[in-house]
Design a protein around this ligand. Sequence first.
Ligand SMILES: [Zn+2]
Length: 273
Amino acid sequence: MPTPPAPLSISVVDNHTHLDIARDGEAPVDVAEAVVAAAAVGVDRMVQIGCDLPGARFTAEVVEKHPAVLGGVALHPNEAPRLAAAGALDAAYEEIAALAAHPRIRVVGETGLDYFRTGPDGVGVQQDSFRWHIDLAKRLGKALQIHDRDAHEDVLRILEEEGAPERTVLHCFSGDLAMARICIERGYYLSFAGTVTFKNAAGLRDALAITPLEHLLVETDAPYLAPVPWRGAANSPYLVPLTVRLMAGVLGVAVPTLCEAISANSERVYGPW
Ligand SMILES: [Zn+2]
């Protein structure tokens, strides 16, 4: 298990984590332990994302038990085509809509497009599902979190066609400078994950460097994408300080300044914990 980083002096939010997911061969996450370990290094709030039906049900339970945890629910862009093929998509939508209405579920997400994992067969369902989730977020007045893998143009186009919710977050931002500019111009939030610390991520750091503080969020996407020097290990919210410190360096701001901005942005997007 990675050693905890030095604590941040001003606390931040991990705005996208999957406490319901354990990587293959690893023990399930102990939520209470994860919350305590994160708080000990200044990550005192988090947003748990459940993006299939079992995950969404888990999320609705966890947000009631843990004051540090708010939630998001959706059908992942790789999940919607599977459910459609099984004839189970409409029932799943109904359940997601019901769970999303919970007062501590503040996010519809992650939704969006994934052209990496899902082949051309699934694109139609993915796009319909993305549009359905955008509409749900607007109907319920929740924030929207977007998963975009190899689908930048279509993600931006569909958001424009549907009209993005007032609070729209590009989770695990993976775009380049040009995409960052468009997102900033449209008022979206860019959430950076451990990927921004990877050696080969110069393009991502260029995008980060031009992002104004008031558009920035940070996340783990745990258990995936652990930041350097723990790349490949199981990720957990307590590793967020590593990503935050790297980001502050790229932005040329003091770490507490960035933490203050991330904390304020998170409360603006998701409401108070
Ligand atoms: Zn995720």
